[in-house]
Every structure is written in structure tokens, then in C-alpha cells.
Design a protein around this ligand. Sequence first.
Ligand code: B16
Ligand code: MG
Length: 221
Amino acid sequence: TIEAVIFDLDGVITDTAEYHYIAWKQLGQELGIPFDKEFNEQLKGISRMQSLERILQLGGQDQSYSQAEKADFARRKNEHYVSLLDSLTPEHTYPGIRELLLELRSAGIPAVIASASKNAPQILRALGLESLFQYVVHPDSVAHGKPAPDLFLRGAVEVGAEASRCIGIEDAQAGIQAIKAAGMIAIGIGEENVLKPAGADVVMKDTGGVNLSFLEETLQA
Ligand code: B16
Ligand code: MG
């Protein structure tokens, strides 16, 4: 039996992965560092400052700015990102997610958020989902971000679940790696050719078909 389901947020619960992309792309343009969706896959699941470092590296500008300037770039990106969050309503919850959370609640299986985002609580409030999660791991509470397993392991510990009986759901390569490093079953949401190489046990195009019986079958497979 499943002891906990540990969800990533951006790109699994709602489409905020796209908002991150829009906001980073804008900053990239301002810095003269254009990039595409393929490069953007590397930014998913990693922290704000790490994302900025990757973009600067791409443009060969990683030595060009002081820490204060970098902090200012990250602040600007976040301001843009947070302004995009203003339009978020419960209708923006991905297909099947609310239904799955209700099924888990009925079955007494804890649902946990393991997101790298400092904006996670605000997003869950905007979607009206806060009360359906037993625990939200704070990204600053662990030593290492994804692809390290820390966020997922902390989530399991907080709800008293055995890692091998947890299912993690992720849209990012770094996130799938984190779930597998934690010794959990990994369900990828997105492209098979992106998430299978990262170690996903199963990949679904979207969240529509991810219900409790599917999760139980996946754990038993
Ligand atoms: P913030 P997740 C991650 O969220 C995003 O995938 C990643 O693109 C972002 O840089 C990171 O959160 C930090 O977000 O700037 O809001 O603190 O996918 O782990 O839910
Ligand atoms: Mg994500």
C-alpha cells in the first residue's frame, strides 16, 4: 500500500512552470542571453539562484556580475513571476489533481508538497488546495535542492512514511532524479524522451489519468 504521495508543484499541480519560463526568458532577453524550451528543461526544479547561474553560464556571463547584481536580477525575475501569479485561480489546477487529492484524503493517504519554490504557499492558496496537503516542505529547510533527495525524504519523514512506499510526481529531470535518489517510485509528467532518461518509472503526458488506482498499480508493478 501507498504510504504517501509527494508532489512537485510547478508543472505538476498547475502550469506555473510556464510562468517561470516566461519570466526567465524576459530576463535573458534583457541580458542578451536568448534561450529556448529545450534549455529551459535544465531550469526546472532547481532554485532561483541556480537557475540564474545556469542562464549566465549559457551566455558566458557567469563572471560578469557581482553578487549584488545577481541578487537584483533574481529579484527582478521573481517580481515578474509573482505578477503572473496574480491571475491564478482554482480553475488553473491541472486536470485530475483536485480529484486525486480528494481520493487520497478519503483513503487516509498523506499528500505532501516537495517544491523548490519559495512561492509555493502563495500558489497553493490561490488554487484553494492548501487544506488538501498534510505537509509542505520548505525549500530552505533542507541542505540540498533537487536533484538531491532531501526535499522528498523530508516530506516522507514528516508524515511518517517509508520511502520505498512513497510515490513522487515530477515534471523536471532534476526532480525525477531526486525522487529516485530518495528510493521512491517516480511518475513523470511530460515528455517520455525528457523524463525517462532521468529515471522515471512511468511517464504520463499530463495529469488527467493520474488517479489513486493508477498510483496503486504503479507501486505494485
Ligand atoms: P521560486 P518546483 C521550482 O518549483 C521550479 O521548477 C523552478 O523552475 C524554480 O526556479 C524553483 O521552483 C524556485 O522557484 O523562484 O518561486 O522560489 O517545480 O520544484 O515546484
Ligand atoms: Mg516542477
